[in-house]
Design a protein around this ligand. Structure first.
Ligand SMILES: *[C@@H]1O[C@H](CO)[C@@H](O)[C@H](O)[C@H]1NC(C)=O
Ligand SMILES: *[C@@H]1O[C@H](CO)[C@@H](O)[C@H](O)[C@H]1NC(C)=O
Ligand SMILES: *[C@@H]1O[C@H](CO)[C@@H](O)[C@H](O)[C@H]1NC(C)=O
Ligand SMILES: *[C@@H]1O[C@H](CO)[C@@H](O)[C@H](O)[C@H]1NC(C)=O
Length: 273
């Protein structure tokens, strides 16, 4: 037991000296809450000469902030903060060949958007409505509502025969089961909450009747029937036409003439006999 304790104490000392070696960064402020603009400041308080610094947002380097400089203080200005600006900003100093970092959280109201503002599904089937969120912090809770007449909000409960809600911080899906045209067509609202406030969006759900799902098929059947009918009628009308054509042709009258000539000859011959 005693051995374990001394090891723990030794480890702490080691960690402390390591961080003291690299130096530390003081951030000002440490959190930006719901502000429309801010200046983020970092102050390197280590013992070493600084070689360079830059900033990152959510781990991605902000290229414009890269600077080879011995400055021990760096500022990053956020002129207009909206939900896209939210995130974890980190200043990174390189001193004595090591990176020393300080984090500043920029928190905004959530941003909530419908994945598609209009969805449709077939009667009797399942509809799924999706809302997503960006920004920082992501919603800690999601809610769904059905908007009745006069935009009256009716909260939708999870896990009923009709509805199921599946949510992660950046996405929520409402499943509407066994769709009925009279009950389920309408506007749905998703709402995301984080510690600073709420945001919402709307999705319109359309339900196609079973019959409507059949229309394309029926259309093809009707088309085929009409086509067959046209071919049939055309074929029937073509036969008498062909006979007429022969009558009008140049060869036919000649044949007829010669035939009548023969007949005439025969008649004459008979007469002479
Ligand atoms: C930076 O930190 C040092 C040591 O803590 C302090 O003396 C100095 O005033 C700070 N500078 C600014 C601009 O905050
Ligand atoms: C809704 O209920 C289902 C099970 O009935 C569960 O898996 C799911 O996590 C619940 N969703 C929310 C947002 O609580
Ligand atoms: C949402 O969060 C999950 C992890 O929870 C991540 O894998 C996914 O990429 C995120 N989606 C978006 C669009 O940010
Ligand atoms: C954040 O600001 C919005 C207005 O921009 C306000 O409605 C909301 O209540 C604020 N949230 C907090 C926690 O102060």
């Amino acid at each position: 037991m005693a051995v374990l304790w001394s090891c723990g104490a030794l480890l702490l000392v080691c960690l402390f000296t390591a961080s003291a070696d690299a130096g530390a960064v003081v951030t000002q402020p440490s959190v930006v809450n719901n502000q429309s603009s801010a200046i983020l400041t970092c102050n390197y308080t280590g013992q070493h000469a600084v070689q360079s610094h830059h900033w990152t947002k959510n781990g991605k380097v902000i290229e414009t902030t890269k600077e080879e400089s011995s400055k021990r203080i760096t500022e990053y200005k956020l002129d207009k903060i909206d939900s896209h600006s939210g995130g974890i900003y980190t200043c990174v100093f390189t001193a004595n060949g090591e990176e020393v970092k300080g984090d500043i959280e920029v928190k905004t109201m959530p941003h909530v958007g419908a994945y598609k503002h209009s969805e449709h599904a077939n009667e009797g089937e399942q509809g799924s409505l999706v809302c997503v969120s960006h920004g920082y912090p992501l919603p800690t809770d999601w809610k769904w509502f059905l908007l009745g007449p006069d935009s009256l909000e009716q909260a939708i409960e999870n896990g009923t025969e009709k509805y199921e809600i599946k949510s992660t911080p950046n996405r929520t899906t409402l499943y509407v089961k066994d769709l009925e045209i009279e009950k389920d067509v309408g506007d749905y609202m998703c709402l995301g909450l984080n510690e600073l406030g709420v945001a919402r969006d709307k999705i319109h759900l359309r339900v196609r009747s079973r019959l409507a799902a059949l229309w394309p098929f029926l259309g093809i059947v009707v088309e085929v029937i009409i086509l067959i009918a046209i071919i049939f009628i055309y074929e029937k009308r073509r036969k008498p036409d062909e006979v007429n054509d022969d009558d009008d042709s140049g060869a036919a009258p000649l044949k007829n003439d010669s035939a009548t000539n023969h007949k005439d000859k025969n008649v004459r011959q008979r007469n002479s006999n």
